[in-house]
Design a binder for this molecule. Structure first.
Ligand code: COA
Length: 159
């Protein structure tokens, strides 16, 4: 049984992330989406809110779950018996960033492989921070996030 984790900040989950999740679910027996802390980021949504949004998105995917974890991503993978860590790559800047993280993680635990999935070109320009900014000034988020995430963004930003 091949288990993979897909770690990220997901503040909030976007259609780009969801595309990576669906494609991973078709490759691996089990996929665990892990909301992890990025010490360099201050988040709009709480971890629990982010988890709820992801769980709604994955409710029709039998082999995908979502958890919240802390610490190193390799420790999380090991703890859950996952041999693979999935990361999405949208463009060359992502590649440069991800290569460094993958090399660090490989040094930390050689038994865990990072696997990259190329982003669907339709979503390659989407990022969570761009979505948060667009939501401040526009109601048209259909291409960027699922409807329930758009509603949550609107509610949160207009508090
Ligand atoms: N579709 C849409 N957006 C995508 C995407 C895709 N397919 N792939 C990446 N992104 C965007 C995200 O929206 C996010 O945008 P933002 O910066 O505007 O918020 C950005 O790319 C990268 O975010 P994400 O994929 O969530 O990763 P991250 O860089 O915030 O965090 C962790 C990566 C959580 C996995 C990393 O911080 C981590 O491993 N933390 C644990 C500590 C650790 O193990 N450190 C050792 C390794 S250095």
């Amino acid at each position: 049984m091949t288990k993979a984790i897909y770690p990220g900040t997901f503040d909030p989950i976007t259609n780009g992330h969801l595309d990576i999740i669906k494609r991973s679910a078709a490759i691996f027996d089990e996929v665990i989406v892990v909301i992890m802390r990025n010490v360099h980021k201050q988040c709009l949504f709480s971890e629990v809110d982010r988890q709820q949004m992801i769980e709604t998105c994955i409710s029709n995917l039998d082999n995908v779950t979502c958890i919240i974890d802390d610490g190193l991503a390799v420790n999380c993978a090991r703890k859950h018996g996952a041999k693979v860590m999935i990361r999405g790559i949208r463009e060359v800047q992502d590649y440069e960033y991800e290569v460094r993280i993958a090399a660090t993680n490989a040094w930390l635990d050689q038994e865990i492989e990072t696997m990259f999935l190329l982003s669907n070109p339709n979503y390659s320009f989407i990022s969570s921070s761009a979505v948060r900014e667009i939501a401040l000034y526009s109601d048209d988020l259909q291409h960027f996030v699922p409807d329930h995430v758009a509603a949550k963004l609107k509610a949160n930003l207009h508090k």
